[in-house]
Design a protein. Structure first.
Length: 271
């Protein structure tokens, strides 16, 4: 077997979590990531017949039976993943009963996956129906995006439209817009179900006064979506108390989206 610490998916996770912590998106043990892996690739690094222990997930995910994920741990700090991945990350497989996780590697201190795992699994199932190539669900607390929640109306059309106006790239990067949920208790199946419903339509979902969920085919795509929203939110927060002298007009947003050939939410524009 190859050394699991050299596996590209482990290296990607350690680099991504370190970067998210450095950017201030994931303070303390805030934030979580789940990454759907290729079984054959994982088999190059782990004996897939060896289950270290089993952990109830608190949610039945029949559509994901047999699927393998690398996930961040509950109570774990993103800043520590890079130096100690085997404690702060785990590789799990959804067991045949659909509601148990088989630990194949990691969480060596007796820990377990993020408390948001049910929400992640629900979002994976929702996105795989829309995009069979989706692999990543990422949750974080980007500073300016969160600050914007307190001063901007939490309306999907208005919130998206404001962000589209902030950076030329926004309508190209997230032409499908941003879904928004009101404040809800985190770590519950209720917020997971609400998020998954939004994921049928959006790749980005804001949890009001909490943070954001982003998904993608790989870690770069999910990270890039959140990164772009955060940059736009930063520009908004730096300018929202000053007179608006210039803006990107809706007709210009249309020209931009059509030039790049993206399918955008026309109903989120004021045409």
């Amino acid at each position: 077997m190859k050394d699991i610490l050299t596996a590209p998916f482990v290296r990607e996770m350690t680099a991504t979590t370190a970067n998210m912590y450095r950017l201030g998106w994931d303070e303390r043990n805030g934030g979580n990531i789940s990454y759907l892996l290729d079984e054959r690739q994982v088999g190059e690094y782990l004996n897939l017949k060896k289950v270290i222990r089993t952990i109830p997930t608190g949610f039945r995910a029949d559509a994901l039976i047999g699927k393998i994920f690398i996930v961040t741990g509950t109570g774990k700090y993103f800043k520590n993943v890079e130096t100690d991945p085997e404690t702060n990350l785990g590789i799990i497989r959804i067991a045949k009963d659909g509601e148990t996780a088989e630990l194949l590697w990691g969480f060596c201190d007796g820990g377990k996956f993020t408390s948001e795992l049910p929400a992640h699994l629900m979002s994976h199932m929702a996105r795989l129906k829309v995009d069979p190539e989706n692999r990543v669900v990422m949750h974080s607390h980007p500073t300016y995006t969160l600050a914007m929640n307190y001063v901007h109306e939490l309306d999907e059309k208005k919130f998206t439209h404001t962000l589209w106006e902030m950076c030329t790239e926004c309508i190209v990067v997230f032409p499908d817009g941003i879904g928004i949920l009101p404040w809800m208790v985190c770590g519950t199946n209720a917020i997971g179900e609400a998020t998954a419903k939004k994921m049928e339509e959006f790749r980005l979902v804001v949890w009001g006064m909490h943070g954001i969920y982003g998904v993608g085919k790989n870690l770069d795509e999910a990270f890039g979506l959140i990164e772009t929203v955060e940059k736009a939110a930063q520009i908004y927060m730096l300018t929202c108390n000053r007179p608006r002298v210039n803006t990107i007009k809706d007709c210009e947003l249309v020209a931009l989206a059509e030039s790049f050939g993206v399918k955008y939410r026309k109903d989120f524009l004021n045409l």
